[in-house]
Ligand binder design. Sequence first.
Ligand code: SAH
Ligand code: SF4
Ligand code: F3S
Length: 440
Amino acid sequence: MPAKPQTFHVKSFGCQMNVYDGERMAELMAAEGMIATDDAAAADLVVLNTCHIREKATEKVYSDIGRLRKTARGLGRAEPMIAVAGCVAQAEGEEIVARAKVDVVVGPQAYHNLPKLVSDAAAGTPALDTDMPPLSKFGRLPARRRVGPTAFLTVQEGCDKFCTYCVVPYTRGAEISRPFDAIVDEATALVDAGAREITLLGQNVNAWDEDGRGLHDLIVALDRIPGLARIRYTTSHPNDMRQGLIDAHRDVESLMPFLHLPVQAGSDRVLRAMNRSHTRDSYLRLLDTIRAARPDIALSGDFIVGFPGETDAEFEETLSLVDAVGYAQAFSFKYSPRPGTPAADLDGAVPAAVMDERLQRLQAALNRDQQAFNKASVGKSCDVLIERRGKLPGQMLGKSPWLQSVHLVGDHAIGDLVRVELIHAGPNSLSGREKTPVAA
Ligand code: SAH
Ligand code: SF4
Ligand code: F3S
């Protein structure tokens, strides 16, 4: 029976919301008097905060469990208590207990119970909680502690869209919006704890709604918090992009000119088979409206290649959509069949070699556009929010409004906003030169 742990380590594998959940679990355990350690091998309790989105992500949890136990044995230590949290815990709870004999399994809507589950496990009671009581976790989490200059804040959770390839509606549950006041309170606490930029998170963040008020109303309220310089949000669904939010990109100065708006594929037949409920054309027209409101907006997207039945000609339509949009950055994935999703039962699996080739071609196009976007930024002036020190002496790293990494040399503190001119674009980052303020 594992003893009651004194030290803990949280490892997050998934999306930004998964990272947010990991931070909140760490705060919970710290509030219980446990001490965080960066070294998983030295921790009495390791929380594996898992992701179920693709098969590779899911398999990682099992290899990690094996590795943790082996390392402990190699060091002559007792094996750590292992808690599996996150979306794999939700999807495969019982199976993880059977297959890996872990001490605790806790789903993404139940982690406010983690301290109790850990005590139960230490007392020898198997501890599994994958209940989905809507919203109840948020009210039971401790106040935010010290944070860095950028922070995540979950405002919306779950998904009702049921894209046919995706596990999220099953692992995160139905769409729910956190209450307006609770979000404003948490944002204020984050700013008090040092945040200068907040990224609002949701699986469909732009579906946030409270009595008809939308995400833009929330953004306008957060814009009024003194000390909060930048607001971002992710991930959005094309069908939830309301006019108010588009207008906010024109009207709210602290709302950064960046939009992650996944499209997944460029062919209407594939989009229909994915149950995306938008077309190629409706997506492109939406981008026209957004660019009309905020011409310098940087666009980002997600793509899946090799959805069952995707033909060469249909894949070419994804490439031509990419050409038409000119993304500033994007993520692209090979289709991974997920148990329990409708697409997993479809015929027409695309051979692995074809998938590989499509992914390479798509990524080449996306890289080309990212470089072009970065090159086109050279000569512009903008604020950079300093996030950390660089490797070279005096070098600082931060982000432009368009989410580009920018390095510069200067005597700045983390969290400073520095006015720079972008002078050079490398493959993954830009360099900036501080603009000397003109004497008044
Ligand atoms: N809610 C967001 C993101 C969901 S997951 C949205 O709707 O856009 C992040 C990305 O993972 C998705 O946008 C999709 O591109 C990818 N993804 C989801 N399921 C997948 C699967 N089964 N195989 C490959 N990629 C997948
Ligand atoms: Fe998954 Fe689609 Fe929901 Fe995004 S909108 S989380 S891709 S089901
Ligand atoms: Fe992964 Fe769950 Fe996020 S499946 S992508 S951790 S919502």
